[in-house]
Design a protein around this ligand. Structure first.
Ligand code: COA
Length: 227
């Protein structure tokens, strides 16, 4: 392989990378969301708004030929991001894809029975990201991120490199803490986060249901890092 074609980490291009990164999200989202409508909707929650609103905090793994095959995407201020999502993103969603029709918000979906309704309700309720029941999370770790890499490029050090690029950018702009919310079942992801320097949020946040640090009422895990 010539050095020209070696993969590397670079700032994401919000136009050119939009489609490939949408695709990375579809392929790497949790197994329950890998098919059908939920799979088509998922990137509008966990990918599109980041490239749209904070591209300078998004980094891609480039396969060496200009194709984006992984990303870390981040909102440096979760509360500002939620405001933008409500004011500037929700009004245009239906024009992006007819699938993204505003759902009934009540009652909350039973995710086991209606995944499509579950993801649509999440899409239309960005305030979920504020974690109002635990204000300490955003106060101490105001930024949040998502990271995903196509399987062929995993376990080659790019996850760590993406994180380092993001941390540097966050530090430069005075952001002193970052968090992420991961599926409790994704044991490998937690191993990765711990290996690169994250730890679980330092409180029990599920009213004692599990008693585990950083595990919320939905069984998701909050990982945090001071910068
Ligand atoms: C999780 C993910 C982003 C990690 O990125 P990566 O490029 O594969 O990770 P790296 O190669 O930088 O790994 C750095 C260290 O993390 C640890 N690690 C990474 N993946 C691991 C795994 N599957 N099991 C155990 N440890 C792991 C290791 O200590 C590794 O160092 P080593 O390879 O020298 O042993 C990537 O595997 C991925 O996209 N997975 C699928 C989607 C996903 O789960 N995203 C996170 C959602 S919350």
């Amino acid at each position: 392989m010539s050095s020209k074609t070696l993969p590397f980490v670079r700032l994401a291009d919000p136009v050119k990378d939009a489609e490939p990164l949408f695709d990375v999200c579809k392929k790497t989202v949790g197994p329950a969301l890998r098919d059908g409508e939920p799979n088509l909707i998922a990137p509008y929650i966990w990918n599109v708004p980041y490239l749209r609103f904070c591209p300078e905090y998004c980094f891609s793994v480039d396969d060496g030929n200009g194709n984006a095959v992984g990303y870390v995407i981040c909102a440096p201020s979760t509360s500002n991001f939620v405001r933008k999502w409500r004011e500037e993103y929700l009004p245009i969603l239906e024009s992006l894809d007819p699938l993204l029709k505003r759902p009934e918000m009540n009652p909350p979906a039973n995710w086991e029975e209606d995944l499509t309704l579950g993801v649509l309700q999440l899409l239309y309720n960005p305030e979920d990201m504020l974690h109002d029941a635990c204000p300490k999370l955003l106060k101490e770790y105001p930024a949040h991120l998502h990271i995903d890499i196509l399987p062929e490029y995993q376990r080659k050090g790019f996850g760590k490199k993406l994180m380092e690029a993001l941390w540097e950018k966050l530090r430069e702009t005075g952001v002193d803490g970052v968090h992420l919310v991961m599926e409790g079942r994704n044991v490998n992801a937690e191993r990765f986060y711990v290996a690169v320097g994250y730890s679980r949020f330092h409180e029990v946040v599920d009213e004692g249901k599990s008693g585990e640090l950083g595990k919320d009422l939905n069984g998701n895990i909050w990982m945090v890092k001071k910068l």
